[in-house]
Design a protein around this ligand. Structure first.
Ligand SMILES: Nc1ncnc2c1ncn2[C@@H]1O[C@H](COP(=O)(O)OP(=O)(O)OP(=O)(O)O)[C@@H](O)[C@H]1O
Ligand SMILES: [Mg+2]
Length: 222
C-alpha cells in the first residue's frame, strides 16, 4: 500500500473578498523507498500540496490518505510529530540551540533520555557527512549546506517514514545542492523513506525516481 496518497484533492485560499483555487483535482500516490520530485512554475500549487500532505491543513474536497486513513480523521498533532518530517529552503533550525541540540530536540520530545538522545544525534549528524566539529556550533556559525544537513539530521531524528522537502536547495550553490539531493535520494533508497522534494533545479532530476509537474493546480506525471 502507498504510504501517502491524494484523491481528488481540491484546495482554495479564501478571505472575505477573494478566493484562489490553488489545487484543482490532485490524484497521486507516494511509496516508501522512492524519491519524488515536484517541479512547476511559481504559484502553481507545489507548497500548498506539500502542506496538505504534512497535515498542516485539510483539503476542501477529496482526501489526503496516510496508510489508507484520511487526514480528516487522523490526530494531526500525532501525525505531524510521528509520521512526517518537513525540510525548508530556509532550514528553520532553532537559532539558540547548537547543531547537536537541534537534532536532539525531536528525540527528547519523544521522551528519550538526554544521554541517549545525544548519542543518537551524534550518529545522525555523522550520517549526513558532517564531522564532530559542528556539534557545538550554533546554526549561525554553519554554512548553508551544513545547516541543511543538520536540518536533514533533525528530520531523521524524528524517525518518520516520510520526508517532505520544499525547495531544500534553493539557497545553496549547485555543487552543494547536488550533494544534498544525493543524500535525500540515499535516504529513500537505503533507509526506505518516502522522499518528496519540490525543486526548481531540473539539473538534479537524474537523481530522482519519479517526477511530477504541477501546472496551475493540476499534477501531471512527467
Ligand atoms: N496564504 C495564501 N493566501 C492566499 N493565496 C495563497 C497563499 N499561499 C499561496 N497562495 C496562492 O496559491 C497558489 C499556489 O501557491 P503555492 O505557494 O502553493 O505555489 P508554489 O508552486 O509553491 O510557488 P513557488 O514556486 O513560488 O513557491 C498561488 O496562486 C498563490 O498565490
Ligand atoms: Mg512554494
Amino acid at each position: 500500500m502507498s504510504i501517502i496518497s491524494l484523491k481528488s484533492v481540491r484546495y482554495a485560499y479564501r478571505n472575505k473578498y477573494q478566493s484562489v483555487q490553488a489545487l484543482k483535482d490532485i490524484n497521486c500516490t507516494f511509496e516508501q523507498g522512492v524519491m519524488y520530485a515536484i517541479i512547476g512554475k511559481s504559484g502553481s500549487g507545489k507548497s500548498t500540496m506539500l502542506s496538505l500532505m504534512a497535515g498542516l491543513d485539510l483539503p476542501d474536497e477529496g482526501d489526503v490518505l496516510f496508510q489508507g486513513t484520511s487526514t480528516r480523521t487522523l490526530n494531526l498533532d500525532t501525525f505531524r510529530r510521528n509520521d512526517v518530517a518537513m525540510i525548508y529552503q530556509s532550514f528553520r533550525l532553532f537559532p539558540l540551540l547548537t547543531a547537536l541540540e537541534n537534532v536532539m530536540y525531536p528525540m527528547e520530545l519523544h521522551g528519550l533520555r538526554p544521554r541517549d538522545a545525544k548519542k543518537r544525534a551524534e550518529e545522525y549528524i555523522r550520517s549526513v557527512d558532517l564531522t564532530d566539529v559542528v556539534f557545538n556550533r550554533f546554526p549561525s556559525m554553519l554554512s548553508g549546506g551544513e545547516q541543511q544537513r543538520i536540518a536533514i539530521a533533525r528530520a531523521l531524528a524524528m524517525d518518520t517514514g516520510i520526508i517532505l522537502a520544499d525547495e531544500p536547495t534553493g539557497n545553496l550553490d549547485s555543487v552543494t545542492s547536488r550533494n544534498i539531493m544525493t543524500l535525500l535520494a540515499q535516504l529513500a533508497h537505503e533507509r526506505n523513506y518516502c522522499v518528496v522534494v519540490v525543486t526548481h533545479d531540473t539539473g538534479v532530476l537524474d537523481l530522482t525516481d519519479v517526477t511530477y509537474q504541477m501546472r496551475d493546480g493540476i499534477l501531471v506525471k512527467e
